[in-house]
Design a protein around this ligand. Sequence first.
Ligand code: SF4
Length: 175
Amino acid sequence: MILVGPDHPIQEKISCAKGLFEAYGKDLLSHREIKTLLGRYAKAIEETWAVMRDTGVVDVCTQCAIEDGGSCCGNGIEDKFDVALLLINLLLGEHLPEAPWDDSGCWFLGPKGCTIKARHTICVNYLCKRLTETLPRENIHKLQAAIVAETDLGFLLEERIKGYLKRCSIQKTSP
Ligand code: SF4
């Protein structure tokens, strides 16, 4: 069912995700297991952000962006996204932009940082040298535990959604 592959341009992937959301969004949101996983995933994302605030990551990143002009969200990272992850964002109520806010940055980067909830594992996992050198080891461990919980749930959810869409496509093509 997902006809647009990982190497297609992000515009095509977004358009495919929107088409799937229109066709299957309602069913996916009422599917018991997927609905439960979506709720758990959204909570895990919130938890990661809470840990990022509590452990000082947000402060370090804000300082880097404002004072040193740094940003980890470079142009091209959006190409790592597949249609299923984009569809998950739509299921979580997120808006997928039709054009990037800043041509030199990731498609999903906005004036105040990332604009989507379900980020790629690369985005969630990445801890730069400044962070690893600034934060106490204990905080890094707390952060890593939250990251693993979020990315594991994201992976499981993607798999369930892909399975669901595959079954729908088989049913449609069956005589
Ligand atoms: S965190 Fe968001 S804006 Fe940054 S690279 Fe990842 S998806 Fe793009």
